[in-house]
Design a protein around this ligand. Structure first.
Ligand code: FE2
Length: 164
């Protein structure tokens, strides 16, 4: 989209595009996590967050629209790397420990997403875009709530690592 980022506005649009790529990758990852998870309650957790992620993608599309920009996807290799790491660990891990691996991958991803939204909100506020910042805060709040749910599930699973 931009050859070179010269203004805070261009940088913000570029980073918003990276968040769009991140959420689309995250949606694929959540679908994988749902199928890899052994426990039914974890499958539900991942399915519900996939639904939230679809809403987050819609919020990002609305951010572009509020800024008068076409929806744009910038490179975002981090989530792909986290997914790759999780899959590699799963391949070498006993099935009874799969949920521990799946939950740590999910937690790592959600913390990354949270950091991305914190940066975007700071920029949206600085650029005088309160409506955009509010949509991004909705996404951040959902990511933070997901972290709490994943941490609670991780504590339960860690106490009974052999599964159902
Ligand atoms: Fe998320």
């Amino acid at each position: 989209m931009f050859e070179h980022l010269e203004t805070p506005e261009q940088l913000f649009i570029f980073k918003l595009g990276s968040a769009m790529t991140m959420e689309k990758d995250s949606l694929h990852m959540l679908e994988d996590l749902e199928s890899e998870a052994q426990r039914a309650d974890l499958k539900t957790l991942f399915r519900e967050h996939a639904g939230e992620t679809r809403q987050q993608i819609a919020n990002l599309e609305q951010c572009f629209s509020l800024l008068g920009q076409p929806v744009h996807e910038s490179p975002s290799p981090t989530t792909k790397g986290l997914a790759k790491e999780g899959k590699a660990t799963l391949r070498k891990t006993d099935a009874g420990l799969a949920d521990v691996v799946v939950l740590s991958g999910a937690l790592e991803t959600e913390h990354y997403e949270t950091a991305v939204y914190e940066g975007l909100i700071t920029s949206a506020d600085a650029l005088g875009q309160p409506a955009v910042a509010q949509l991004l805060r909705q996404n951040l709040d959902q990511e933070m709530a997901a972290i709490v749910k994943i941490q609670e599930a991780a504590k339960l699973v860690a106490g009974q690592p052999k599964g159902d």
